[in-house]
Write a new protein. Structure first.
Length: 362
């Protein structure tokens, strides 16, 4: 069975013309089409060998990281060795040359990309920690934010190089996460250790989340029928943007300090409904998943205050589970009701309503 990525690789290698690849896609779509639905497809597994290779890769990466950390040349006893991250990053890149570039395996490619970027970040951070003595950090605590921003910037460059070489869809989200780290690190350095630092950081995290969301929508708008890897890139960006927006919203509303009044619980539910409408419009479920914990918490408190102390969690799980299953079952109809009243210009930027779902032949 050939995937869309295999067809793209064949076109890039000259084995197929773009016209022939599109003709093959159209034929397969017509032969295996089911009624129009809205689904989120992204490649995670191409077979059980993905899991097998991923387990082996994780074991190897842990081993080389452990070995690298044992090299303590010029490293204080309490500090991590820069060789750990460097060994992990180098090993991840080398493995990606085969399992990503040649074998095009989905799950191992994701793991190797994350290991590479995190390895580069850890190496940069460790080197900076060696350069700046702990006594200096004790006197200038805000300097840690600047060091974190520098390490994140180096990780962002590493993600860009990885994207240029391997084109793994999650790489764009990893680079965006690194850039968010740069922003928050610079803000922490500029603001310093103030009483309201947490609220300031949450505010800028929300701004960064909106920025990532808009970037995701740009990738989505470039593939409204979701037939290319650009849709996969958008999926990972939405998965990153969702917690960056959801957590600051509820935290800034003061709903994460424990306890909840009925009014606060109602606010959580109203915000969740707004997020659900947005998720329906853009046909992405990440927003619903990211805010789910807050809704469970709010409803649980509401049931508890209503007198259902022993069954509060069971009732909450029953209501939320039933609602999400109903929404999933009627997702297409609900999405049509949300999208149809929108202006035509906005509808043109959203995923099309009548996509065809392709299923495997029996």
């Amino acid at each position: 069975m050939y995937s869309d990525s295999d067809l793209e690789a064949a076109v890039a290698a000259g084995a197929l013309t773009p016209e022939a690849a599109n003709a093959l896609r159209n034929y397969v779509h017509g032969a295996r089409a089911t009624p129009a639905v809205d689904e989120e497809h992204f490649r995670l597994l191409t077979g059980f060998n993905d899991i097998f290779v991923s387990i082996a890769a994780v074991i190897l990466l842990v081993a080389v990281g452990w070995i690298g950390n044992s090299i303590r040349i010029g490293v204080e006893d309490f500090a991590p060795s820069p060789f750990a991250g460097a060994f992990v990053a180098a090993t991840a890149w080398g493995l990606a040359e085969f399992f990503t570039r040649k074998r095009r395996m989905a799950l191992p490619s994701i793991i190797l990309l994350l290991a590479f970027v995190m390895g580069v970040f850890a190496t940069a951070g460790s080197v900076m920690a060696m350069i700046v003595p702990p006594s200096v950090l004790e006197q200038h605590e805000a300097l840690a934010g600047l060091m974190g921003a520098g390490a994140a910037a180096i990780a962002a460059v590493a993600a860009w190089l990885h994207w240029r070489r391997f084109k793994v869809p999650i790489t764009v989200a990893a680079g965006a996460a690194a850039m968010v780290g740069v922003l928050l690190g610079l803000i922490a350095w500029a603001v310093g250790d103030t009483a309201n630092l947490k609220d300031i950081m949450l505010g800028f995290a929300l701004v960064a989340g909106i920025g990532v969301f808009l970037l995701a929508m740009r990738w989505d708008a470039s593939d409204p029928t979701r037939e290319t890897r650009r849709s996969d890139v958008a999926f990972w960006l939405h998965l990153l943007a969702a917690p960056l927006m959801v957590h600051p919203i509820f935290s800034l509303l003061g709903l994460t300090e424990g306890g909840a009044t009925p009014m606060e619980g109602i606010i959580v539910l109203l915000v969740y409904i707004l997020l659900a409408l947005t998720a329906l419009a853009i046909d992405r479920r990440a927003l619903l998943v990211s805010a789910l914990a807050y809704v469970l918490w709010a409803l649980s408190h509401l049931f508890e205050q209503a007198g259902a102390v022993e069954l509060n969690f069971a009732l909450t799980a029953f209501v939320i589970g039933s609602a999400l299953l109903l929404l999933s079952a009627f997702w297409h109809s609900a999405r049509r009701m949300v999208v149809k009243p929108l202006p035509a210009g906005l509808q043109a930027r959203l995923p099309v309503l009548d996509r065809v779902a392709v299923v495997a032949a029996a």
